[in-house]
Design a binder for this molecule. Structure first.
Ligand code: F6P
Length: 563
């Protein structure tokens, strides 16, 4: 791998991962297998497409179109065992402080544990507190949905605007879009995240302040973007309401908060009676199923939200108890490690064939890249192997007409996850007969087939009519690996299972790489520098700039032209 610390940077003691017997066996096995094609693997084993599959929590995984043999899988699972993944998984579920750099437990599975379950942090069962908050969220959501939570001028609130960023935005917006089919369409849901004033301006456009509820969602309640947007939303609201006698009372009707920081919530002026709490053992990117999901709960109702949690829990149980050989998160994780660390794949594409899942790749980007974008091991040693890949994607079939060309015929290996459903929520027929959905799913199967098996020069020539000079352009090498995840129908329960699948996949990979998947120090430096630069942009007199010459010059140019 390229050295992120720069050429010649001193690397302390060699981390142990690459010296493990399983790793070394995988390296030797890779050298032997790298020339074998998927065509050959399928030809050698006619049952492969049915054999290399697994199922759990409503999700069926076909991983047969991967460049693996039974031996590869056995070695990868040996690596799981040698790296102690199972013990780390058990430590997670036991509420141990596995986020060592922040000295915190990582217990998002408690957010979806059934009432009556026992999950402890520091010797205290946290499940009753989870259900207490869920109960309060449910009561509030029912009042908004039922039109009995009234605004300052006595009108029911029909517009719900979530203000948050990162995990306090990506989860709610993704899940709201995913479950729109189940949402109360009389409500208008909007999500403001960017500190760019355009976001708040456009998202409040056309909304009546008298009918608008803001949910300020921030774990810390200190995040610059969210606080700036919340302040401006308050200004927008008060200006829109006109002369309210009691501003505090008006804010209390139109603003609620989701946070772990009651003091800061009160400091902002939101009544803590209207605050829905969560806990430091919930990471931002794992918080959709905490009170951070309040906007979603208002949209789809507490019952559907409960189904979502049940799906999460079902996948938690699958991950916790299924044998490694059939364990969906483990299988996805080791296949990812195989391509990342042995084939050198830089990126991983996630391609949902469902328009409702349009935001799923963006959600996974934070989940995966903020978790596993790390360059030191748990004990602070620089890694000498690659960690998290770049995760990206778009819904099919749109991507087919944009970037698939490179996946099919480019020079970069891009493993892909295809996600599809057997039943559509919108059975729209085409004039020719098949449903739109049949056309959509035909593309899933066609793409994975084409990526795996391609089209040889002989096949191109046998087709006739292609000049020999053009034939090489028509060749598809194939041998491009894919997973296919197939489920019956996009329900709240299924969505929960799907999200938990990727949460645990990321966890397993982090455990194999021996990194801390639960901190995010990498985002701090930019935040600190931005805080320093804001006054430099706005100071009345010429400020003393002590940045590098590029940054100084850019700041001066901006100051001269900002108008
Ligand atoms: O990007 C850094 C981060 O801390 C994320 O991990 C988090 O989801 C996001 O900022 C928002 O943080 P908060 O919910 O505290 O406003």
């Amino acid at each position: 791998m390229s050295d992120p610390l720069g050429p010649g940077a001193a690397h302390p003691a060699q981390p142990s991962l690459t010296r493990l017997p399983a790793w070394q066996a995988l390296q030797a096995h890779f050298e032997a297998l790298r020339g074998t094609t998927l065509r050959e693997l399928f030809a050698a084993d006619p049952a492969r497409g049915e054999r290399l599959t697994a199922e759990g929590a409503g999700l069926f995984l076909d991983y047969s179109k991967n460049r693996v043999t039974d031996e590869t899988l056995a070695l990868l699972l040996r690596l799981v065992r040698e790296t102690g993944v199972e013990a780390r998984r058990d430590a997670l579920f036991a509420g141990e402080r596995i986020n060592v750099t922040e000295d915190r437990a990582v217990l998002h599975p408690a957010l979806r544990a059934p009432r009556g379950a026992v999950m402890e942090v520091g010797g205290q069962n946290v499940v009753p507190a989870v259900h207490e908050v869920l109960g309060r969220m449910g009561a509030f959501a029912d009042r908004v949905r039922g039109g009995t939570w009234l605004g300052a001028t006595g009108k029911p609130l029909r517009n719900v605007v979530n203000i948050g960023i990162g995990g306090s935005d990506l989860g709610p917006v993704m899940a709201y879009e995913a479950l729109k089919h189940y949402a109360d369409r009389r409500l208008t849901l909007r999500f403001v995240s960017n500190v760019d004033g355009t976001d708040l301006t456009e998202k409040t456009l056309g909304l009546d302040p008298e009918e608008t509820l803001f949910i300020v969602s921030s774990k810390t309640f200190t995040t610059q973007e969210t606080m700036a947007n919340a302040e401006s939303a308050r200004t927008w609201l008060l200006a829109g309401l006109g002369n309210v006698a009691d501003e505090g009372a008006a804010i209390a009707r139109h603003f609620v908060a989701v946070s772990t920081n009651a003091e800061a919530v009160a400091g902002f002026g939101i009544d803590t009676a209207n605050m829905f709490g969560f806990w430091d053992w919930v990471g931002g990117r794992y918080s959709l199923d905490s009170a951070i999901g309040l906007s979603l709960m208002i949209a789809v109702g507490p019952e559907r939200f409960g189904e979502l949690l049940a799906g999460f829990h079902e996948m938690d149980e699958h991950f916790r108890t299924a044998p490694l050989e059939g364990n969906l998160p483990v299988l996805l994780a080791v296949l990812g490690v195989w391509y990342r660390n042995f084939f050198g794949a830089q990126t991983h594409a996630v391609l949902p064939y469902d328009q409702y899942l349009a935001h799923f790749p963006a959600y996974l980007q934070q989940l995966d890249m903020e978790s596993n974008g790390k360059h030191v091991t748990l004990d602070g040693q620089a890694v000498d192997y690659d960690t998290g890949p770049v995760v990206w994607g778009q819904p099919g079939t749109n991507g087919q007409h944009a970037f698939y060309q490179l996946i099919h015929q480019g020079t970069t290996l891009i493993p892909c996850d295809f996600i599809g459903f057997c039943q559509t929520l919108n059975p729209l027929p085409t004039p020719e007969g098949p449903l739109h959905h049949d056309l959509l799913m035909a593309n899933v199967f066609a793409q994975t087939e084409a990526l795996a098996f391609g089209k040889t020069l002989e096949q191109v020539q046998a087709g006739g009519g292609v000049k020999s000079a053009l034939a090489p352009h028509r060749v598809f090498e194939g041998n491009r690996p894919t997973n296919t995840l197939l489920a019956d129908r996009l329900t709240p329960r299924l969505l929960g299972a799907l999200i938990a699948l990727y949460e645990h996949k990321v966890f397993v990979q982090g455990a194999i790489w021996n990194i801390n998947s639960f901190d995010q120090w990498g985002v701090e430096l930019g935040k600190v520098l931005a805080g320093k630069i804001v006054p430099e942009l706005t100071a009345a007199g010429e400020p003393d700039l002590d940045h590098d010459s590029s940054t100084n010059a850019l700041i001066r140019r901006y100051r001269a032209r900002r108008g």
